[in-house]
Design a protein around this ligand. Structure first.
Ligand SMILES: [Zn+2]
Length: 151
């Protein structure tokens, strides 16, 4: 069953601005880029882009790729499409990263994109292409969703 596309819920959500929690530095990123990401997350009207979402997405992406060895890895569909459980699917983490990259100003965008690209290289090596993705995978226009998924 196709998950709701990130952004679909945009209209249903009031844009939330929370200033209570100070921005932490995201592992592997500069303080400046971390702060830009924090700002973007706070101002984003996207249901799936909220304070801490980028950090969580990067952690999830790294964790997926951390499995030792060379055997293929298979993304899994999430049990539930809420913005917490959605991260069970590494492809959702990649969706969030794509959306944040899109929303960021130029310089922090370049830094985050560079970090994500390095993970993408490993993702391509550790997953298998799905030639039938267009028929069975939501969002198959996105290359990271055209990989064989587990049941
Ligand atoms: Zn859930």
């Amino acid at each position: 069953m196709p998950r709701r596309r990130p952004g679909v819920l945009r209209a249903e959500q009031e844009p939330r601005v929370e200033w209570s929690v100070p921005a932490g530095r995201i592992h592997g990123l500069s303080a400046r880029t971390s702060a830009a990401i924090d700002r973007t997350e706070r101002l984003s009207g996207d249901y799936y882009v909220y304070p801490g979402a980028t950090d969580r997405a990067l952690r999830r992406y790294r964790a997926f790729l951390r499995v030792p060895g060379r055997r293929p890895l298979y993304p899994q569909d999430p049990e539930c499409s809420c913005r917490g459980c959605s991260f069970d699917d590494v492809r959702h983490a990649r969706d969030v990263l794509a959306e944040v990259v899109r929303q960021l100003p130029l310089r922090p965008r370049a830094e985050l994109a560079h970090t994500v690209r390095a993970l993408d290289d490993r993702y391509v090596m550790r997953t298998l292409p799905d030639p039938f993705a267009a028929d069975r995978q939501w969002g198959s226009d996105l290359w990271w969703r055209r990989r064989l998924a587990g049941g």
